[in-house]
Design a protein around this ligand. Structure first.
Ligand code: ZN
Length: 482
Protein backbone atom coordinates (compact mmCIF):
# COMPACT_ATOMS: atom_id res chain seq x y z
CA UNK A 1 0.00 0.00 0.00
CA UNK A 2 0.98 3.30 -0.34
CA UNK A 3 1.40 5.70 2.19
CA UNK A 4 -1.91 6.80 2.04
CA UNK A 5 -3.45 4.02 1.27
CA UNK A 6 -6.80 5.05 1.43
CA UNK A 7 -8.57 7.69 -0.27
CA UNK A 8 -10.51 9.33 1.95
CA UNK A 9 -13.68 9.88 1.94
CA UNK A 10 -15.09 10.62 4.95
CA UNK A 11 -17.56 12.61 5.15
CA UNK A 12 -16.45 15.05 6.31
CA UNK A 13 -14.35 13.39 8.02
CA UNK A 14 -14.26 10.21 7.17
CA UNK A 15 -12.87 8.46 4.77
CA UNK A 16 -12.06 5.95 2.93
CA UNK A 17 -10.52 4.59 0.33
CA UNK A 18 -7.30 5.21 -0.74
CA UNK A 19 -5.70 2.37 -0.57
CA UNK A 20 -3.81 2.40 -2.78
CA UNK A 21 -3.83 1.03 -5.34
CA UNK A 22 -1.93 -1.43 -6.08
CA UNK A 23 -1.47 -1.64 -2.98
CA UNK A 24 -3.98 -2.52 -1.15
CA UNK A 25 -4.33 -4.25 -3.37
CA UNK A 26 -2.15 -4.81 -1.38
CA UNK A 27 -3.40 -2.65 0.52
CA UNK A 28 -3.28 -4.73 3.09
CA UNK A 29 -0.08 -4.32 3.87
CA UNK A 30 1.40 -6.11 1.33
CA UNK A 31 3.09 -3.30 -0.04
CA UNK A 32 6.04 -1.86 1.40
CA UNK A 33 5.03 1.64 1.41
CA UNK A 34 2.10 1.13 3.49
CA UNK A 35 1.37 3.39 6.30
CA UNK A 36 -0.15 1.96 9.30
CA UNK A 37 -3.73 2.86 9.11
CA UNK A 38 -4.78 5.38 11.52
CA UNK A 39 -1.38 6.34 12.56
CA UNK A 40 -0.67 9.44 10.70
CA UNK A 41 -3.40 11.81 11.26
CA UNK A 42 -4.28 13.08 8.02
CA UNK A 43 -3.97 9.77 6.52
CA UNK A 44 -5.73 8.43 9.44
CA UNK A 45 -8.53 10.69 8.81
CA UNK A 46 -8.94 8.79 5.83
CA UNK A 47 -8.00 5.45 6.97
CA UNK A 48 -9.73 5.68 10.12
CA UNK A 49 -13.07 5.28 9.19
CA UNK A 50 -12.96 2.37 7.27
CA UNK A 51 -9.95 0.50 7.67
CA UNK A 52 -11.22 -1.51 5.03
CA UNK A 53 -8.86 -2.87 2.69
CA UNK A 54 -8.88 -1.70 -0.43
CA UNK A 55 -9.81 -4.87 -1.32
CA UNK A 56 -13.21 -3.91 -0.79
CA UNK A 57 -13.20 -0.34 -1.03
CA UNK A 58 -11.14 0.43 -3.68
CA UNK A 59 -9.54 -2.29 -5.19
CA UNK A 60 -10.26 -5.84 -5.33
CA UNK A 61 -7.04 -7.67 -5.39
CA UNK A 62 -5.82 -11.11 -5.94
CA UNK A 63 -3.94 -11.51 -2.74
CA UNK A 64 -3.19 -9.60 0.30
CA UNK A 65 0.08 -10.50 1.13
CA UNK A 66 0.09 -9.08 4.33
CA UNK A 67 -1.14 -11.99 5.82
CA UNK A 68 -4.42 -11.42 4.77
CA UNK A 69 -5.70 -14.01 2.64
CA UNK A 70 -8.44 -16.06 3.72
CA UNK A 71 -11.21 -18.11 2.87
CA UNK A 72 -14.63 -17.49 3.00
CA UNK A 73 -17.07 -19.51 1.55
CA UNK A 74 -16.21 -22.78 0.52
CA UNK A 75 -18.28 -23.99 -2.18
CA UNK A 76 -15.49 -26.18 -2.91
CA UNK A 77 -17.20 -29.04 -1.43
CA UNK A 78 -17.37 -30.67 -4.71
CA UNK A 79 -15.96 -34.00 -5.52
CA UNK A 80 -12.29 -34.45 -4.93
CA UNK A 81 -10.46 -34.15 -8.16
CA UNK A 82 -7.53 -36.04 -9.41
CA UNK A 83 -4.42 -34.23 -8.32
CA UNK A 84 -1.39 -34.51 -10.43
CA UNK A 85 0.99 -32.91 -8.00
CA UNK A 86 0.67 -32.53 -4.28
CA UNK A 87 0.05 -28.81 -4.38
CA UNK A 88 -1.14 -28.67 -0.80
CA UNK A 89 2.09 -30.28 0.30
CA UNK A 90 4.05 -27.89 -1.89
CA UNK A 91 2.49 -24.77 -0.50
CA UNK A 92 3.02 -26.00 3.06
CA UNK A 93 6.62 -26.80 2.31
CA UNK A 94 7.08 -23.39 0.71
CA UNK A 95 5.99 -21.62 3.88
CA UNK A 96 9.44 -21.36 5.40
CA UNK A 97 10.31 -20.35 8.93
CA UNK A 98 11.28 -16.96 7.63
CA UNK A 99 7.95 -16.56 5.87
CA UNK A 100 6.15 -17.65 9.00
CA UNK A 101 7.98 -15.00 11.00
CA UNK A 102 6.99 -12.37 8.45
CA UNK A 103 3.35 -13.49 8.29
CA UNK A 104 3.12 -13.53 12.07
CA UNK A 105 4.53 -10.02 12.31
CA UNK A 106 2.06 -8.83 9.68
CA UNK A 107 -0.84 -10.43 11.49
CA UNK A 108 0.23 -8.73 14.72
CA UNK A 109 0.52 -5.40 12.94
CA UNK A 110 -2.98 -5.89 11.63
CA UNK A 111 -4.14 -5.44 15.22
CA UNK A 112 -1.44 -3.15 16.54
CA UNK A 113 -1.47 -0.51 13.83
CA UNK A 114 -5.08 0.56 14.27
CA UNK A 115 -4.78 0.36 18.04
CA UNK A 116 -1.66 2.50 17.91
CA UNK A 117 -3.53 5.04 15.79
CA UNK A 118 -6.27 5.16 18.38
CA UNK A 119 -3.70 5.66 21.15
CA UNK A 120 -2.10 8.53 19.23
CA UNK A 121 -5.46 10.26 19.03
CA UNK A 122 -6.12 9.65 22.74
CA UNK A 123 -2.75 11.17 23.51
CA UNK A 124 -3.57 14.25 21.44
CA UNK A 125 -6.79 14.68 23.39
CA UNK A 126 -5.61 13.98 26.95
CA UNK A 127 -2.34 15.86 26.62
CA UNK A 128 -4.27 18.95 25.64
CA UNK A 129 -2.37 19.10 22.36
CA UNK A 130 -5.55 18.98 20.36
CA UNK A 131 -6.90 21.99 22.26
CA UNK A 132 -3.61 23.78 21.75
CA UNK A 133 -3.61 23.10 18.01
CA UNK A 134 -7.15 24.47 17.92
CA UNK A 135 -5.96 27.65 19.68
CA UNK A 136 -3.16 28.11 17.16
CA UNK A 137 -5.57 27.57 14.28
CA UNK A 138 -7.97 30.14 15.72
CA UNK A 139 -5.15 32.60 16.10
CA UNK A 140 -4.55 32.38 12.38
CA UNK A 141 -8.08 32.70 11.10
CA UNK A 142 -11.66 33.31 12.07
CA UNK A 143 -13.29 31.49 9.24
CA UNK A 144 -14.03 27.87 9.89
CA UNK A 145 -12.44 26.91 6.61
CA UNK A 146 -9.08 28.39 7.58
CA UNK A 147 -9.23 27.10 11.15
CA UNK A 148 -9.91 23.59 10.04
CA UNK A 149 -7.30 23.65 7.32
CA UNK A 150 -4.65 24.85 9.77
CA UNK A 151 -5.79 22.33 12.34
CA UNK A 152 -5.54 19.50 9.82
CA UNK A 153 -2.01 20.52 8.86
CA UNK A 154 -0.95 20.55 12.52
CA UNK A 155 -2.80 17.31 13.15
CA UNK A 156 -1.10 15.70 10.21
CA UNK A 157 2.32 16.84 11.39
CA UNK A 158 1.69 15.63 14.94
CA UNK A 159 0.47 12.31 13.66
CA UNK A 160 3.44 11.89 11.39
CA UNK A 161 5.82 12.46 14.26
CA UNK A 162 3.97 10.28 16.76
CA UNK A 163 3.17 7.60 14.25
CA UNK A 164 6.48 7.57 12.48
CA UNK A 165 8.14 4.69 14.33
CA UNK A 166 5.30 2.35 13.51
CA UNK A 167 4.93 3.65 9.96
CA UNK A 168 8.65 3.09 9.43
CA UNK A 169 8.55 -0.41 10.80
CA UNK A 170 5.33 -1.39 9.09
CA UNK A 171 5.96 0.22 5.76
CA UNK A 172 9.70 0.03 5.32
CA UNK A 173 11.81 -1.92 7.79
CA UNK A 174 9.89 -5.15 7.83
CA UNK A 175 9.57 -5.28 4.06
CA UNK A 176 13.32 -4.85 3.65
CA UNK A 177 14.17 -7.23 6.42
CA UNK A 178 12.29 -10.01 4.69
CA UNK A 179 13.55 -9.14 1.26
CA UNK A 180 10.24 -7.96 -0.09
CA UNK A 181 11.32 -4.51 -1.18
CA UNK A 182 14.21 -2.67 -2.78
CA UNK A 183 12.72 0.75 -2.40
CA UNK A 184 15.19 3.35 -1.22
CA UNK A 185 14.47 5.09 2.05
CA UNK A 186 14.11 8.48 0.40
CA UNK A 187 11.58 7.18 -2.08
CA UNK A 188 9.60 5.56 0.69
CA UNK A 189 9.66 8.76 2.72
CA UNK A 190 8.56 10.68 -0.36
CA UNK A 191 5.56 8.40 -0.78
CA UNK A 192 4.68 8.87 2.87
CA UNK A 193 4.85 12.66 2.58
CA UNK A 194 2.85 12.60 -0.62
CA UNK A 195 0.16 10.64 1.13
CA UNK A 196 -0.09 13.16 3.94
CA UNK A 197 -0.22 16.11 1.58
CA UNK A 198 -2.84 14.34 -0.46
CA UNK A 199 -4.99 13.77 2.61
CA UNK A 200 -4.74 17.44 3.57
CA UNK A 201 -5.71 18.48 0.06
CA UNK A 202 -8.60 16.05 -0.12
CA UNK A 203 -10.00 16.79 3.31
CA UNK A 204 -8.86 20.29 4.11
CA UNK A 205 -8.16 22.27 0.98
CA UNK A 206 -11.23 20.73 -0.53
CA UNK A 207 -13.47 21.68 2.37
CA UNK A 208 -14.77 18.26 3.22
CA UNK A 209 -14.04 18.39 6.92
CA UNK A 210 -15.24 21.97 7.05
CA UNK A 211 -18.60 20.94 5.57
CA UNK A 212 -18.83 18.13 8.07
CA UNK A 213 -18.25 20.54 10.94
CA UNK A 214 -20.82 22.93 9.51
CA UNK A 215 -23.28 20.06 9.66
CA UNK A 216 -22.30 19.22 13.23
CA UNK A 217 -22.76 22.87 14.26
CA UNK A 218 -26.11 23.22 12.57
CA UNK A 219 -27.58 19.93 13.56
CA UNK A 220 -26.28 18.92 16.98
CA UNK A 221 -28.77 16.09 17.25
CA UNK A 222 -28.70 14.66 13.77
CA UNK A 223 -25.21 15.22 12.51
CA UNK A 224 -24.36 11.52 12.54
CA UNK A 225 -27.03 10.99 9.93
CA UNK A 226 -25.92 13.95 7.79
CA UNK A 227 -22.31 12.86 7.88
CA UNK A 228 -23.31 9.32 7.00
CA UNK A 229 -25.36 10.47 4.04
CA UNK A 230 -22.69 12.95 2.99
CA UNK A 231 -20.13 10.20 2.95
CA UNK A 232 -21.96 8.18 0.35
CA UNK A 233 -21.28 10.45 -2.62
CA UNK A 234 -17.74 10.94 -1.36
CA UNK A 235 -17.11 7.21 -1.35
CA UNK A 236 -18.33 7.00 -4.91
CA UNK A 237 -16.31 10.04 -5.95
CA UNK A 238 -13.24 8.62 -4.26
CA UNK A 239 -13.58 5.33 -6.09
CA UNK A 240 -14.05 7.20 -9.35
CA UNK A 241 -11.00 9.45 -9.07
CA UNK A 242 -8.65 7.05 -7.40
CA UNK A 243 -7.28 5.30 -10.48
CA UNK A 244 -7.12 8.50 -12.47
CA UNK A 245 -5.93 11.13 -10.02
CA UNK A 246 -4.51 9.37 -7.00
CA UNK A 247 -2.74 6.22 -8.14
CA UNK A 248 -0.62 8.02 -10.76
CA UNK A 249 0.93 10.11 -7.97
CA UNK A 250 2.62 6.99 -6.68
CA UNK A 251 3.19 4.79 -9.70
CA UNK A 252 3.31 4.76 -13.46
CA UNK A 253 0.55 3.05 -15.35
CA UNK A 254 0.88 1.88 -18.89
CA UNK A 255 -1.57 0.20 -21.16
CA UNK A 256 -0.75 -3.40 -21.71
CA UNK A 257 1.37 -2.75 -24.74
CA UNK A 258 4.31 -4.65 -26.09
CA UNK A 259 4.18 -6.94 -23.17
CA UNK A 260 4.68 -10.60 -23.54
CA UNK A 261 1.36 -12.26 -23.25
CA UNK A 262 -0.43 -9.20 -24.41
CA UNK A 263 -2.46 -10.97 -27.08
CA UNK A 264 -3.50 -13.75 -24.78
CA UNK A 265 -4.56 -11.41 -22.01
CA UNK A 266 -6.53 -9.26 -24.42
CA UNK A 267 -8.17 -12.32 -25.94
CA UNK A 268 -9.21 -13.39 -22.45
CA UNK A 269 -10.54 -9.88 -21.77
CA UNK A 270 -12.54 -10.04 -24.99
CA UNK A 271 -14.11 -13.31 -23.90
CA UNK A 272 -14.99 -11.69 -20.60
CA UNK A 273 -16.48 -8.69 -22.37
CA UNK A 274 -13.90 -6.24 -21.03
CA UNK A 275 -12.50 -3.49 -23.28
CA UNK A 276 -8.78 -3.82 -23.93
CA UNK A 277 -8.09 -0.23 -22.91
CA UNK A 278 -9.13 -1.06 -19.38
CA UNK A 279 -6.12 -3.30 -18.82
CA UNK A 280 -2.92 -1.73 -17.41
CA UNK A 281 0.48 -2.64 -16.06
CA UNK A 282 1.86 -0.71 -13.06
CA UNK A 283 5.50 -0.39 -12.02
CA UNK A 284 5.02 -1.76 -8.52
CA UNK A 285 8.56 -3.09 -8.66
CA UNK A 286 9.50 0.42 -7.51
CA UNK A 287 8.05 -0.44 -4.12
CA UNK A 288 7.84 -4.17 -3.74
CA UNK A 289 8.87 -7.58 -4.93
CA UNK A 290 5.54 -9.17 -4.11
CA UNK A 291 3.04 -10.30 -6.72
CA UNK A 292 -0.43 -8.94 -7.19
CA UNK A 293 -3.02 -7.49 -9.50
CA UNK A 294 -6.22 -5.61 -8.80
CA UNK A 295 -9.32 -3.93 -10.09
CA UNK A 296 -10.33 -0.49 -8.97
CA UNK A 297 -12.34 2.48 -10.13
CA UNK A 298 -15.97 2.46 -11.12
CA UNK A 299 -17.78 3.23 -14.31
CA UNK A 300 -15.51 4.96 -16.77
CA UNK A 301 -12.53 4.77 -14.43
CA UNK A 302 -12.76 1.05 -13.79
CA UNK A 303 -9.63 -0.83 -14.76
CA UNK A 304 -7.68 -4.00 -14.26
CA UNK A 305 -4.09 -3.45 -13.21
CA UNK A 306 -1.35 -6.06 -13.32
CA UNK A 307 1.75 -5.47 -11.23
CA UNK A 308 4.93 -5.62 -13.26
CA UNK A 309 6.37 -7.92 -10.59
CA UNK A 310 3.69 -10.46 -11.38
CA UNK A 311 4.30 -10.06 -15.08
CA UNK A 312 7.99 -10.73 -14.80
CA UNK A 313 7.86 -13.40 -12.09
CA UNK A 314 4.97 -15.71 -12.77
CA UNK A 315 4.58 -18.19 -15.57
CA UNK A 316 2.39 -17.20 -18.51
CA UNK A 317 -0.51 -19.52 -17.75
CA UNK A 318 -0.42 -18.42 -14.10
CA UNK A 319 -0.55 -14.76 -15.14
CA UNK A 320 -3.53 -15.50 -17.34
CA UNK A 321 -5.27 -17.10 -14.39
CA UNK A 322 -4.49 -14.07 -12.23
CA UNK A 323 -5.95 -11.81 -14.89
CA UNK A 324 -9.01 -14.03 -15.17
CA UNK A 325 -9.54 -13.62 -11.42
CA UNK A 326 -9.37 -9.83 -11.78
CA UNK A 327 -11.71 -9.98 -14.74
CA UNK A 328 -14.13 -11.80 -12.45
CA UNK A 329 -14.03 -8.86 -10.04
CA UNK A 330 -14.62 -6.51 -12.94
CA UNK A 331 -17.48 -8.44 -14.53
CA UNK A 332 -19.16 -9.24 -11.21
CA UNK A 333 -19.09 -5.56 -10.19
CA UNK A 334 -17.30 -6.21 -6.95
CA UNK A 335 -16.05 -2.65 -6.58
CA UNK A 336 -19.60 -1.32 -6.65
CA UNK A 337 -20.85 -4.02 -4.34
CA UNK A 338 -18.02 -3.27 -1.94
CA UNK A 339 -18.91 0.41 -1.97
CA UNK A 340 -22.52 -0.39 -1.15
CA UNK A 341 -21.43 -2.63 1.69
CA UNK A 342 -19.14 0.00 3.11
CA UNK A 343 -21.67 2.77 2.56
CA UNK A 344 -24.36 0.91 4.51
CA UNK A 345 -21.95 0.05 7.24
CA UNK A 346 -20.80 3.67 7.33
CA UNK A 347 -24.31 4.83 8.13
CA UNK A 348 -24.40 2.61 11.19
CA UNK A 349 -20.91 3.69 12.24
CA UNK A 350 -21.69 7.39 11.99
CA UNK A 351 -24.90 7.05 13.97
CA UNK A 352 -23.00 5.24 16.71
CA UNK A 353 -20.15 7.73 16.49
CA UNK A 354 -22.50 10.62 17.21
CA UNK A 355 -23.67 9.01 20.44
CA UNK A 356 -20.15 8.11 21.54
CA UNK A 357 -18.69 11.52 20.73
CA UNK A 358 -21.33 13.37 22.72
CA UNK A 359 -20.97 11.10 25.72
CA UNK A 360 -17.19 11.31 25.64
CA UNK A 361 -17.30 15.11 25.50
CA UNK A 362 -19.66 15.23 28.47
CA UNK A 363 -17.32 13.02 30.40
CA UNK A 364 -13.88 14.32 29.44
CA UNK A 365 -14.51 17.55 27.56
CA UNK A 366 -13.12 19.70 30.34
CA UNK A 367 -9.80 17.88 30.27
CA UNK A 368 -9.71 18.00 26.49
CA UNK A 369 -10.46 21.73 26.48
CA UNK A 370 -13.54 21.66 24.32
CA UNK A 371 -17.17 21.25 25.19
CA UNK A 372 -18.95 20.79 21.86
CA UNK A 373 -18.69 18.39 18.99
CA UNK A 374 -18.45 21.23 16.48
CA UNK A 375 -15.19 22.49 18.01
CA UNK A 376 -12.43 21.49 15.61
CA UNK A 377 -10.37 20.23 18.54
CA UNK A 378 -12.75 17.27 18.44
CA UNK A 379 -11.31 16.01 15.16
CA UNK A 380 -9.04 13.47 16.88
CA UNK A 381 -12.04 12.29 18.90
CA UNK A 382 -14.13 11.79 15.80
CA UNK A 383 -11.30 10.04 14.01
CA UNK A 384 -10.57 7.74 16.90
CA UNK A 385 -14.23 6.90 17.38
CA UNK A 386 -14.63 6.03 13.73
CA UNK A 387 -11.37 4.06 13.80
CA UNK A 388 -12.51 2.06 16.76
CA UNK A 389 -15.90 1.32 15.26
CA UNK A 390 -14.44 0.35 11.91
CA UNK A 391 -11.96 -1.92 13.65
CA UNK A 392 -14.89 -3.66 15.31
CA UNK A 393 -16.70 -3.89 11.99
CA UNK A 394 -13.66 -5.26 10.20
CA UNK A 395 -14.60 -8.95 10.51
CA UNK A 396 -17.88 -8.21 8.78
CA UNK A 397 -16.27 -6.30 5.95
CA UNK A 398 -13.63 -8.99 5.55
CA UNK A 399 -16.28 -11.69 5.35
CA UNK A 400 -17.83 -9.79 2.46
CA UNK A 401 -14.43 -9.45 0.86
CA UNK A 402 -13.69 -13.17 1.18
CA UNK A 403 -17.00 -13.91 -0.47
CA UNK A 404 -16.13 -11.69 -3.44
CA UNK A 405 -12.68 -13.23 -3.69
CA UNK A 406 -14.13 -16.70 -3.82
CA UNK A 407 -16.52 -15.60 -6.54
CA UNK A 408 -13.61 -14.23 -8.55
CA UNK A 409 -11.84 -17.58 -8.21
CA UNK A 410 -14.95 -19.38 -9.45
CA UNK A 411 -15.14 -17.00 -12.40
CA UNK A 412 -11.48 -17.46 -13.22
CA UNK A 413 -11.79 -21.25 -13.24
CA UNK A 414 -14.93 -21.11 -15.33
CA UNK A 415 -13.49 -18.86 -17.99
CA UNK A 416 -10.07 -20.54 -18.20
CA UNK A 417 -10.65 -24.16 -17.11
CA UNK A 418 -7.04 -23.80 -16.00
CA UNK A 419 -7.27 -25.61 -12.67
CA UNK A 420 -3.63 -26.52 -12.60
CA UNK A 421 -2.41 -23.04 -13.49
CA UNK A 422 -4.71 -21.61 -10.82
CA UNK A 423 -3.27 -23.84 -8.13
CA UNK A 424 0.26 -22.98 -9.22
CA UNK A 425 -0.56 -19.27 -9.23
CA UNK A 426 -1.69 -19.51 -5.61
CA UNK A 427 1.48 -21.36 -4.66
CA UNK A 428 3.56 -18.66 -6.32
CA UNK A 429 1.64 -15.94 -4.50
CA UNK A 430 2.03 -17.64 -1.15
CA UNK A 431 5.71 -18.21 -1.64
CA UNK A 432 6.68 -14.85 -3.14
CA UNK A 433 4.50 -12.81 -0.80
CA UNK A 434 5.36 -14.86 2.29
CA UNK A 435 1.68 -15.38 2.99
CA UNK A 436 0.51 -17.94 5.51
CA UNK A 437 -1.41 -20.45 3.41
CA UNK A 438 -3.13 -21.91 6.47
CA UNK A 439 -3.77 -19.21 9.10
CA UNK A 440 -5.57 -19.97 12.35
CA UNK A 441 -9.31 -19.84 11.81
CA UNK A 442 -9.86 -16.97 14.23
CA UNK A 443 -7.22 -14.86 12.53
CA UNK A 444 -8.80 -15.61 9.19
CA UNK A 445 -12.20 -14.43 10.42
CA UNK A 446 -10.85 -11.20 11.81
CA UNK A 447 -8.11 -10.11 9.46
CA UNK A 448 -8.23 -11.97 6.19
CA UNK A 449 -9.72 -10.30 3.16
CA UNK A 450 -9.04 -13.39 1.06
CA UNK A 451 -9.68 -17.06 1.64
CA UNK A 452 -6.56 -18.85 2.90
CA UNK A 453 -4.44 -19.90 -0.04
CA UNK A 454 -4.64 -23.55 0.87
CA UNK A 455 -8.43 -23.39 0.52
CA UNK A 456 -8.08 -21.64 -2.79
CA UNK A 457 -5.66 -24.29 -4.01
CA UNK A 458 -7.99 -27.10 -2.98
CA UNK A 459 -10.88 -25.37 -4.68
CA UNK A 460 -8.88 -24.73 -7.82
CA UNK A 461 -8.06 -28.42 -8.07
CA UNK A 462 -11.59 -29.62 -7.31
CA UNK A 463 -13.86 -27.25 -9.18
CA UNK A 464 -14.64 -28.48 -12.70
CA UNK A 465 -18.38 -28.56 -13.30
CA UNK A 466 -17.81 -28.49 -17.05
CA UNK A 467 -16.41 -32.00 -16.90
CA UNK A 468 -19.81 -33.33 -15.93
CA UNK A 469 -21.72 -31.01 -18.20
CA UNK A 470 -22.98 -28.84 -15.34
CA UNK A 471 -23.58 -25.15 -16.02
CA UNK A 472 -21.22 -22.44 -14.89
CA UNK A 473 -22.23 -20.44 -11.85
CA UNK A 474 -20.77 -17.09 -12.80
CA UNK A 475 -19.18 -16.98 -16.24
CA UNK A 476 -21.23 -17.26 -19.34
CA UNK A 477 -23.60 -14.39 -19.59
CA UNK A 478 -21.12 -11.83 -20.66
CA UNK A 479 -21.73 -9.85 -23.80
CA UNK A 480 -18.92 -11.62 -25.49
CA UNK A 481 -20.57 -14.95 -25.12
CA UNK A 482 -23.11 -15.70 -27.76
ZN1 ZN B 1 -9.33 -10.78 -5.87
Amino acid sequence: MRPVPRLPILIGLALVALSAGPARATGTGATPAATAPGVAPAASLAAATFAVDDSILNAVALDDSAGTDSSATDSAATAPAPVARDYVGEVRAGFTRESRAYATTRAALGFLAPVYGILVNLFLLFSGLSGRMRDIARGLGHRRYVRILVFLILYSAAGLVLGFPLALYDGFLIEHRYGLSNQAFGAWLGDLAKGEVLAIVLFGLIPIVKLAYDAIARSPRRWGLWLALGTLPLIVAGALIEPVLVDPLFNQFKPLADQPLKQEILALAARAGIPAHDVYVVDKSAQTKTYNAYVNGIGASQRIVLWDTTLSGMRPDEILFVMAHEMGHYRLHHVWKGLVLVGLLGIVLFLLAQVIVHRAIRRWGRRWRFDAADDEASIPLLVLTLSLLSLLAQPLVNAGSRYFEHEADVYALEITHANDAGARAFIALASQNRSDPEPPRLLELIEYTHPPLIERIRFAMAYRPWERGAPNLLYGETPAEP
